[in-house]
Design a protein around this ligand. Structure first.
Ligand code: GEK
Length: 255
């Protein structure tokens, strides 16, 4: 695994962070050392997929990067009539993702699309994953995407959303940021790397509060949602599209 040292030297000018070839090359190391619980989240995406899979369905990985969530889902699936659709708008990520996925065998096809997640049709879905991607969309486009995700899910389908989040309380907000920076220091990032990366992300990653996410789920139509993972200012949530009620003459209505 190639080590991330992108911000190790002082930069005269810090450009906005982008997912180019330099980032794609070191991505596995970068995400492991920067996102607390990343491995747990990927494994649990697999577990949730196993639990909520439905026959002949689509599984979406929005902002797939190198395809870690797609692989975790595919390991749990065996229905060759189902399909995983992995989408990213970074050519460097898509190229590496394709190579990475091809190196594992499976009955379940994966389509890797180089596209903006705002332009891709979402339909017949059992599981939709956005693992640390929604935070990169302009805020005004998030409601619309989450509505389309809800509409594209089958009844009983789920949306797994992992995000960095902010808090309205300035004390706890700063506390969680400090704890995250401690985590990065413990993983070998220097003060310079932490501060230059923070500046690079400032204009491109705009996290919401957990309450904003929950409100958005509810506005889109999701009947249930919960935070299933949190470590410092990172979390993962699952929103469930209520299964259709089945009417039985003998027994009344069952969900
Ligand atoms: C993982 N999910 O390893 N359309 C498509 N892709 C986008 C868009 C967009 N509008 N905006 C950003 N991306 C992965 C990690 S990384 C998270 C996801 C991070 C893509 C972008 O190119 C990048 O590959 C990914 O979303 C975000 O489970 O690095 O913090």
């Amino acid at each position: 695994m190639q080590k991330d040292s992108i911000y190790a030297e002082p930069l005269a000018q810090i450009q906005d962070f982008c997912f180019d070839a330099t980032v794609a090359e070191v991505f596995p190391d970068m995400i492991q050392r920067s996102v607390p619980g990343y491995q747990t989240i990927i494994q649990t995406i697999g577990k949730l997929t196993a639990r909520y899979q439905q026959d002949s369905s689509n599984y979406y990985d929005l902002g797939c990067s190198l395809g870690a969530a797609s692989l975790a889902m595919r390991r749990q699936l065996s229905d060759s009539h189902s399909k995983i659709v992995a989408i990213d708008n970074s050519p460097a990520m898509v190229e590496r993702c394709q190579r990475h996925l091809q190196s594992f065998r499976s009955e379940v096809p994966v389509e890797v699309l180089m596209a903006d997640i705002r332009d891709v049709d979402i339909s017949n879905a059992a599981v939709v994953v956005s693992n640390f991607t929604l935070q990169f969309l302009p805020k005004q486009h998030r409601d619309e995407l989450v509505k389309r995700i809800y509409q594209g899910l089958k009844p009983g389908g789920i949306f797994i959303l992992s995000e960095k989040f902010v808090q309205n309380d300035p004390h706890t907000h700063e506390l969680l940021i400090d704890l995250h920076h401690d985590f990065k220091r413990a993983n070998g990032y220097s003060e310079l790397e932490i501060s230059q990366k923070r500046t690079a992300l400032e204009n491109v990653m705009r996290p919401d509060t957990i309450e904003e996410h929950q409100q958005r789920f509810s506005n889109a139509g999701f009947g249930s949602s919960t935070v299933w993972f949190q470590c410092f200012n990172f979390c993962s949530m699952v929103a469930i599209k209520t299964p259709v009620a089945v009417k039985s003459e003998a027994e009344g209505i069952h969900a």
